[in-house]
Write a protein that binds this ligand. Structure first.
Ligand SMILES: C[S@@+](CC[C@H](N)C(=O)[O-])C[C@H]1O[C@@H](n2cnc3c(N)ncnc32)[C@H](O)[C@@H]1O
Length: 265
């Protein structure tokens, strides 16, 4: 995703450039420290994952908390990229009702509101307590919990796990163990849907790495590929998106040609 502000003034652009430089610098400087600290540890161990400045410099819990001090930091309702994303995701899920859904990085519940319509039980989780409190007010029928994933994975299995613009906050080793963990929490015929903006806004990982890893899991036979798309010229700076849906056997049917729903902003 996108930078929080859909339209940026010269001051915003300058601030963004400084943040990118600092973020990249911190990331590079922290890499050797991370490598030493990580040696022999489980990346999803909460004691380790909690040291977020080491594993996702610049984008740990505090950064997300800071963003959510103000409501709607991503300007979602007026942001065509977000609306298009929600439409694509919901088109893909159309025609099936899900028993128990986990939405990771649910933010203030904009996508949750739509997911609730196809779901028996929806659990939205986010690293920011302010975000989950607002999500709970927006979607009273769902449950929201403040959790940092993959370290604080909820118990039980799901027939749908949704990751919309969130997995690029997991650094590569965390992503590897984290994706395995998510798939282990899918029930038979369960679906993992991942949709990510391809741009670089200083986050610790990139959409291409996230989705290439998912494709590797398909190639390795851990899951089956259902949808795999790269859509160019979408999102800020036209950086595009990656969209993958994978499933455990028996693979559910998801139509290749999905109905187009107009984007309204
Ligand atoms: C870019 S926003 C996307 C929000 C929403 N998924 C959407 O597509 O509209 C990323 C969200 O992921 C949350 N987040 C980041 N890292 C997380 C983690 N390790 N565990 C849970 N939530 C996380 C952030 O607080 C933020 O709400």
């Amino acid at each position: 995703m996108s930078d929080p502000a859909p339209r940026r003034s010269p001051v915003d652009l300058a601030r963004h450039a400084v943040r990118m430089t600092l973020s990249r610098g911190t990331r590079a400087a922290a890499a050797p420290v991370r490598a030493i600290a990580r040696a022999g540890r489980d990346d999803t161990d909460p004691r380790w994952a909690g040291v977020s400045w080491l594993w996702q410099p610049g984008w740990g819990r505090h950064a997300h908390d800071r963003l959510y001090r103000t409501a709607n930091p991503y300007g979602i309702d007026a942001n065509p990229y977000e609306q298009q994303k929600y439409t694509s995701i919901m088109n893909t899920l159309a025609g099936r009702r899900y028993r128990r859904v986990l939405e990771i990085g649910c933010g203030e519940g904009h996508l949750s509101e739509r997911l609730a319509g196809v779901t028996g039980e929806l659990l939205g989780v986010d690293i920011s307590a302010d975000a989950t409190a607002r999500a709970a007010a927006r979607v009273p029928s769902a449950t929201f919990e403040t959790r940092m994933l993959p370290a604080e994975m909820p118990a039980g299995t799901f027939d749908l796990i949704v990751c919309s613009d969130v997995l690029y906050y997991w650094e590569p080793t965390t992503l590897r163990t984290g994706l395995d963990r998510l798939i282990d929490h899918l029930e038979a015929g369960g679906v993992l849907l991942a949709y990510h903006y391809r741009g670089d806004f200083g986050q610790v990982n990139r959409a291409d790495h996230v989705h290439d890893r998912l494709r590797a899991l398909v190639a390795g036979g851990k899951v089956h590929g259902v949808v795999s798309e790269r859509i160019d010229d979408l999102g800020p700076d036209g950086a595009g998106v990656r969209f993958d849906v994978v499933a455990t056997a028996p693979v559910p049917s998801i139509p290749a040609q999905r109905p187009e729903v107009p984007v309204t902003v």
